[in-house]
Write a protein that binds this ligand. Structure first.
Ligand SMILES: C[S@@+](CC[C@H](N)C(=O)[O-])C[C@H]1O[C@@H](n2cnc3c(N)ncnc32)[C@H](O)[C@@H]1O
Length: 370
């Protein structure tokens, strides 16, 4: 059992999904309304500064500024001293971040956390610190320079720039891997309890988490349903990280760790397969191959739970369209609407049965093997 001191803290209570959706719609309306009033050039400025914002956010995350401000406000001088940065540059960086509502500046000139910058705190559920550092790392940013070529040929920019996939790069770069695992884990921690609580796992005996990362979903499901056994399937590198996690959470004895590639095969022996935030990393050809390998491991009637972002033409938040495009640039990915997934399932031998929405614009798509 994980000790209380290791348990990550919730940043704050998460409001119900429908409330978040209403607020996101309202925000989109207000932003469009503001854009319709201010001169167009001011609105355009806001949008083309994105690359600078990514780099500034990356530096704030890398220097762990939010953690430094956890115990109280600090001046730029104090922050610069702790982070061994140039005081003037750091002060001006903080001012830009304050202008986009990340951190606040107090009347006495000290900087403090606000609701948004708390999303960068290390060790809190839903923290986006790891991804903020990851998406601003130089090799990832370099992919965006290739956009003109990707626009022409549709090929993945990262692979073209670096001559290897993002997964190969991460298996050799410990900082990239740690940032990715941190970001992925905290995103998954937000939805894992909801998957474990809302799906009828009492009807299931053994669950295989395909590309299960460090096993956060599997852990939540096994802890909630003590009769279940699990298989965690991922690369050797990822499973090394996973063992620590599974031991800490007291489920290691119920989980078989199987290293391998889902492009070669998927282990058989489970009656339910989970594949969370994996299909969205791949183009249709690769996603189909993974689905075919899942289907080969399954019997008719077995279930496949695909958890991914909930894509729709009516983008109520900027997150999913961004993930769709960034995913294509960095790892050949695609976010898919439920109808798109239903079509993709057909050839490998699945039928989309039902969908339920999770927090953070994610959803579980239940497919049945036919
Ligand atoms: C975006 S992460 C999702 C992790 C986990 N399912 C979650 O939601 O927290 C994608 C996972 O796919 C794994 N992966 C990538 N290529 C793989 C392959 N060829 N075979 C098995 N796993 C792979 C990665 O190691 C990573 O853990």
């Amino acid at each position: 059992m994980k000790s209380q001191t290791n348990v990550k803290k919730e940043q704050s209570s998460v409001p119900p999904v429908f409330i978040v959706n209403i607020v996101l719609r309202l925000r989109r309306f207000l932003l469009r309304f503001a854009d319709s009033i201010v001169p167009a050039y001011l609105a355009v400025y806001d949008h083309f500064m994105g690359a600078a914002h990514t780099s500034l956010m990356h530096s704030a995350a890398r220097l762990r500024i939010a953690d430094l401000l956890k115990d109280g406000p600090l001046t730029a001088k104090e922050l610069a001293k702790i982070t061994e940065s140039n005081e003037d540059v750091l002060d001006r960086m903080m001012l830009v971040l304050v202008s986009i509502n990340v951190f606040k500046r107090l009347p006495n000139g000290k900087y403090a956390n606000n609701k948004v910058s708390k999303g960068l705190l290390t060790g809190t559920i839903g923290s986006i610190r790891g991804f903020t550092e990851f998406f601003g790392m130089a090799p990832v940013l370099r992919s965006w320079e290739e956009l003109p070529n990707t626009l022409k040929d549709g090929k993945t920019s990262f692979d073209r720039v670096h001559g290897e996939s993002v997964w190969e790069w991460m298996s050799k770069d410990q900082t990239a891997l740690s940032n990715f695992v941190e970001g992925m884990s905290s995103m998954t921690e937000v939805v894992a309890p909801s998957i474990a609580a809302n799906y009828p796992f009492h009807e299931v005996k053994k669950v295989c988490d395909v590309g299960g990362g460090v096993g956060i979903v599997l852990t939540a499901v096994l802890r909630k349903h003590p009769h279940l056994q699990g298989i965690l399937y991922d690369s050797k590198t990822m499973l090394k990280e996973a063992s620590t996690h599974l031991n800490e959470w007291g489920v290691a004895d119920r989980v078989e760790l199987v290293p391998g590639s889902f492009f070669d095969e998927v282990p058989s022996g489970a009656d339910t397969y989970i594949i969370k935030t994996v299909l969205h990393n791949w183009n249709d050809e690769c996603a189909k191959k993974i689905l075919f390998n899942c289907r080969k491991a399954m019997q008719p009637g077995h279930r496949l739970l695909v958890a991914d972002f909930l894509h729709s033409e009516e983008a109520i938040s900027t997150l999913v369209p961004f993930m769709d495009f960034a995913g294509m640039m960095i790892y050949s990915g695609r976010e898919r609407e439920p109808e798109y997934l239903a079509r993709l399932f057909k050839e490998p031998g699945f039928k989309l049965n039902r969908t339920f929405e999770l927090p953070g614009r994610q959803a579980v798509f239940e497919a049945i093997a036919i």
